[in-house]
Design a protein around this ligand. Structure first.
Ligand code: ADE
Ligand code: ZN
Length: 326
């Protein structure tokens, strides 16, 4: 079979997906219209043309602005339903969705509106596509520790429907240590833990995520490769890295996919996975990410199979469900 069919047919879990980052320009326009929200773009082509980023912050500015069209429970439902349709077409059988409640609650959208819309789409995805899914509540690291605690408190009525907490947004200058106490509180509440680390930030931030946050996964982790002792430790501990090739390219974490470290990660014994991060902004969903990495790095089918298996091993599914996918 050709590469594309092989990739789509591989059962995969998506572990690093910001649901707000799956907002396609077409839906952005439709929601702007439906909600009477003005957006600073004349057309869908105009939106896509704005998606040229020099770094993470360039992207985040546009991503937070785009999220302003999301207002009602139906908007959040429609957003996630569109993602699940794409994921199903790509052979995703399990998806762990990050959402950024503060992006919405800070504009007066109730936490309940956001999460109920997402949960209804997740139930539909199970029924319509047979896709299981979980939610990861991500704290915005450019905001305060106190704001993160308030967000965790707002989530309490839905605790049994949230798998984990995460940490995203502007990495540089906002080290994991800033959130050590709120991560400890989340852990005490029975939640799993993940954090973006080593995307733009230094290896020291990856060490902090491990030692101070005690994360179960690292999102990205690219810059861990600068530190041999850290690589050995991540491999020894079986730590999952949720790597996002097209994101790395668009945010200039790598200069060219030809130099992407995905296969070096595997060769070093790291439990790397492939994910889409913000597919509407970075030019592709999960199968596009597998394909782009495979072509650029000449990945073998054995390596692609390993990446897909790692996505289940590294998931927040219960052990029996993980075993059933391997
Ligand atoms: N929020 C959405 N995508 C992100 C990324 N790649 N890094 C940090 N924060 C994000
Ligand atoms: Zn991310």
């Amino acid at each position: 079979t050709d590469l594309d069919s092989f990739i789509r047919a591989l059962p995969k879990a998506e572990l690093h997906l910001h649901i707000e980052g799956s907002l396609e320009p077409e839906l952005m326009f439709a929601l702007a219209e439906r909600n009477g929200v003005a957006i600073p773009y004349a057309s869908v082509e105009d939106v896509r043309a704005a998606y040229a980023f020099g770094n993470l912050q360039d992207f985040l500015d546009i991503y937070y602005a785009g999220a302003d069209v999301l207002r009602t429970q139906r908007d959040f439902h429609d957003l996630a339903a569109a993602y699940f349709d794409r994921a199903a077409a790509d052979g995703v059988v399990h998806a762990e969705l990050m959402f950024d409640p503060q992006t919405h609650t800070d504009r007066g959208i109730p936490f309940a509106t956001v999460i109920e819309g997402l949960l209804s789409a997740m139930a539909d995805a199970q029924a319509r596509h047979g896709i299981s899914s979980a939610l990861i509540l991500s704290f915005l690291r450019h905001l305060s520790e106190e704001a993160a605690f308030e967000t965790l408190a707002a989530a309490e009525p839905w605790l049994d429907q949230i798998a984990a907490v995460g940490l995203d947004s502007s990495e540089t200058g906002h080290p994991p240590e800033k959130f050590a106490r709120v991560f400890a509180a989340a852990r005490a509440m029975g939640l799993r833990l993940t954090a973006h680390a080593g995307e733009e930030g230094p290896p020291a931030y990856v060490y902090q995520a491990l030692d101070l946050l005690q994360v179960d996964r690292i999102d990205h982790g690219n810059r861990a490769l600068e530190d041999d002792a850290l690589v050995d430790r991540l491999a020894r501990e079986g730590m999952t890295l949720t790597v996002c090739p097209l994101s790395n390219l668009k945010l200039c974490v790598v200069d060219d996919l030809v130099n992407h470290p995905i296969d070096r990660m595997l060769d070093r014994g790291l439990r790397a996975t492939i994910n889409s991060d913000d597919p509407a902004y970075f030019g592709g969903y999960i199968a596009d990410n597998y394909r782009a990495a495979a072509v650029a790095r000449g990945l073998t089918r054995a390596q692609l199979g390993q990446l897909a298996r790692n996505s289940f091993t590294g998931s927040f599914l219960p052990p029996d469900a993980i075993a059933a996918h391997l």
